[in-house]
Each structure stands twice: as structure tokens, then as C-alpha cells.
Design a protein around this ligand. Structure first.
Ligand SMILES: [Zn+2]
Length: 407
């Protein structure tokens, strides 16, 4: 007997109504809806409403969220955003980091985020404070949202003596992913080499902030492709931003996009931050400054999107709801068809899951029972009308009935 059966749901990529059954937190039954209902302790009559896998937030910063009140002035470009945050970071305490991180996590859980990858700053300014707090919160929240922690050298690695040791220590403490940011260091190649060597030593995946500009010559992605192949790291490398690629001449960009796809590198668009900080020097024909999503998809790359920052110098907006970013990306990447709406929901779930290395996410047999039931029978409406997320389940356990009306 099943623990729980969803009877008569609409699920992604199925034209038929389906029944989805779970036992011990795992999907163990998946069949077309028939008159006869599989025996279950609890049956949810869904009347065709949409059941989605849990949302996956593949790229977010918790430790520097909600800094607007602490800022003396607003940032108008990337250099200022990095500098202002670096200055504020000097006064971060563990309590302060915990309070702001918990505020984001609680919101994310309420929106139906069941997995989240968080970049945690590790450098001589903040030391391991943020990592220690987030390691604790990873445990505290584990029954609500599974958190992956990226060791993130925001201030550069070699530009800030002492960072290499701190990064190694953070990995030993239990971080999940090695991060990097080649555009903020003395030498991008040296930076990339260190990240790959550390990841290979720890046998962990890699997640870079890369090529965050409108400069078509800033293409560290080429070196990342080369190292990915040399280390046999296909499928274990993700990159966020990659906005320079949008300024590269199209024929060249096509070749780079194809190389990214061949190397199995996942790309995360971060449109809220990218739109806010890029294109600032363009007085006419202002560029959007977002990675070329359609081109990357056309060449076969795995593309998803992330919130990145919430209400700080890098992005003075943000709620933590991945569906906000889905709608923003729909506008900016001109993804407006019914198929595009389904693609955006895939990007927020299974494609983001692939980007962060999850093997058992999505509505398929023997995957984890992480779901959201929406009050609509039409997946496109999830993007357009933001119907309430009626109920959320994490590994088969009902989380809470929330009403996330449109704001
Ligand atoms: Zn980021």
C-alpha cells in the first residue's frame, strides 16, 4: 500500500492525466489516471491540477543577502558592488550572517524550493565565519531544503594572500563545491588552475562565477572548457553569469556555446543581477547583459537560472522566489511561447537539478518525492498568473500549506 497517492494530476511533459504514488519518501507508482485507484493510506484528489517537482535554486548568496539597510550608498556598477560589500563584510558577525541567511531560507522553503546551492564567501576579511554558520544551517534545514555550500573566493584567490588555505580548510569542514571567480583575480588562468586542482583533490564539483561583463574579450570560459576536458570533469562544472558571451560576434559565440555543451558545462543565467549591473557604459543600444540563453540551449547546453543576490549592492531587488526570476528571464530572453513556459519550469526544476548534480529529482519512478501542487490545471499559468502553491512535500512529508499569492 502506498503512503500517498496524487490522483489525476497534470505533470510536466505528459499530455495524459497521471497518478503519482509515493512510499517512504520515494516515487514508487506512476501511471495514467484510470477509474481504478491504487491503494494508498491517503489519496489527494487533484482534479487535474499541476504537480511540479520541488523548485531548485542553483545559485544564491545567503551570507550577503539583505544589506540595503547597512549600505551608505547604492552601487552603480560591478566594481562598486564588490567594494561596498567587501567594506560591509568587515563588520559581519556570525549572528548577523545567521539572521539574514535564515530569513532567505525560510522564504525559499515557503516558495517550494527543495534544493539550493549557496555560494559562501571565504576570504581573509570574513574568514570561515559564513561557512561555519551555513554548515550549521545546512543541518538545521535538511528536512525542508537540501543545501549545497560552495566555497566562494569573492575577493579573488591570489589577490588576497591566505585565501588558498582558507578554501582548503572550508573544504575539510564539509563544503560541497569548489567555487571560483576568475574575473576578480590577478591572473584568470592561475585562478582556474587552482580551483580545478583543489576540486580534483577533494573529488568535488566546481561552480564558477565567470565572464561577468559586456567585454567580448573576457572569455575565461575557454580555459574552463579546456580544463574541464583535461580533468575529465564533464557534468561536474557549472558557471554563473557568462554574460560576456552575449557581446561576442554571433559566429564565434556559436562555437563557444557548442564547446560548452560538449564539455557538459551547465550555465546559470542570473538575470536580476546581470540586467542591473551590465550595460552601464552603453549610452545607446544598451545591451541586456544576460548570457545568450537561446543560443546555449540550441547548442545543447544545460541552462538554468538563479536568484543570485537578494537586496544588496549587487542586486537591490529580490524575494528569493525562483518563479520571479523565471518571469524576468521569460521577458529578457524572449521566451514567450507555451513551450517556452514549460522550458522555464524545467529550468527551475530538473535542469537546475542537473546543474547542481542531483540524480534523483523530477517526477519519475524512484526519485525523491519532492513536489509542489499548484492551484491551476495549466502549467503555463504558473508563470503567467502565479497561482497559489497549495501544498509542498519534501521527501513525501507535507511541509506546510502556504498561500503565495501574486504580490
Ligand atoms: Zn553569485
Amino acid at each position: 500500500m502506498l503512503d500517498l497517492l496524487f490522483h489525476n494530476v497534470t505533470i510536466p511533459h505528459s499530455s495524459e492525466r497521471m497518478d503519482v504514488g509515493i512510499s517512504d519518501g520515494i516515487i514508487t507508482y506512476l501511471a495514467k489516471t484510470e477509474d481504478e485507484v491504487a491503494p494508498a493510506k491517503e489519496v489527494i484528489e487533484a482534479d487535474g491540477r499541476v504537480l511540479l517537482p520541488g523548485l531548485v535554486e542553483p545559485h544564491i548568496h545567503l551570507d550577503k543577502a539583505y544589506l540595503l539597510d547597512q549600505m551608505e550608498q547604492d552601487a552603480t556598477n560591478l566594481t562598486e558592488a564588490i567594494q561596498f560589500t567587501s567594506d560591509l563584510k568587515k563588520s559581519f558577525t556570525k549572528e548577523d550572517i545567521r539572521r539574514r541567511s535564515v530569513k532567505v531560507l525560510e522564504k525559499c522553503v515557503g516558495y517550494g524550493v527543495t534544493h539550493l546551492r549557496c555560494h559562501v564567501e571565504v576570504d581573509p576579511i570574513v574568514g570561515l565565519k559564513g561557512m561555519e554558520v551555513l554548515l550549521e544551517l545546512r543541518e538545521t534545514f535538511r528536512d525542508q531544503v537540501e543545501i549545497q555550500l560552495v566555497v566562494f573566493p569573492q575577493e579573488g584567490i591570489f589577490k588576497q594572500p591566505g585565501t588558498t588555505d582558507l578554501m582548503e580548510k572550508a573544504m575539510l569542514l564539509g563544503a560541497d563545491v569548489v567555487g571560483g571567480i576568475p574575473y576578480n583575480d590577478n591572473d584568470a588562468v592561475e585562478h582556474i588552475d587552482f580551483v580545478f586542482a583543489l576540486a580534483a583533490k577533494c573529488n568535488k564539483p566546481i561552480d564558477f562565477h565567470v565572464d561577468f561583463s559586456d567585454d567580448p574579450t573576457q572569455l575565461a570560459i575557454r580555459d574552463i572548457v579546456k580544463r574541464t576536458l583535461a580533468y575529465g570533469y564533464q557534468g561536474k562544472v557549472s558557471v554563473g553569469h557568462l554574460t560576456s558571451l552575449a557581446s561576442v560576434p554571433y559566429d564565434e559565440a556559436k562555437l563557444i556555446a557548442a564547446d560548452i555543451a560538449k564539455a557538459g558545462i551547465s550555465v546559470m543565467a542570473l538575470p536580476a543581477t546581470d540586467l542591473f549591473l551590465n550595460g552601464r557604459s552603453d549610452q545607446e543600444r544598451v545591451r541586456r547583459g544576460v548570457t545568450p540563453v537561446k543560443l546555449l540551449l540550441e547548442k545543447g547546453a544545460n541552462v538554468s537560472f538563479g536568484t543570485n543576490n537578494i537586496q544588496n549592492p549587487f542586486t537591490p531587488f529580490g524575494t528569493g522566489d525562483p518563479l520571479d526570476i523565471a518571469l524576468l528571464l521569460a521577458h529578457v530572453a524572449q521566451l514567450g511561447t507555451r513551450q517556452d513556459a514549460e522550458l522555464l519550469l524545467d529550468m527551475a526544476t530538473v535542469q537546475a537539478a542537473k546543474a547542481i548534480g542531483l540524480k534523483d529529482h523530477g517526477i519519475a519512478l524512484y526519485n525523491k518525492a519532492d513536489f509542489i501542487l499548484f492551484d491551476t490545471t495549466n502549467p503555463r499559468q504558473i508563470l503567467l498568473e502565479r497561482p497559489p502553491r497549495q501544498t509542498i512535500w519534501k521527501r513525501g512529508v507535507k511541509q506546510r500549506t502556504i498561500v503565495t499569492e501574486r504580490r
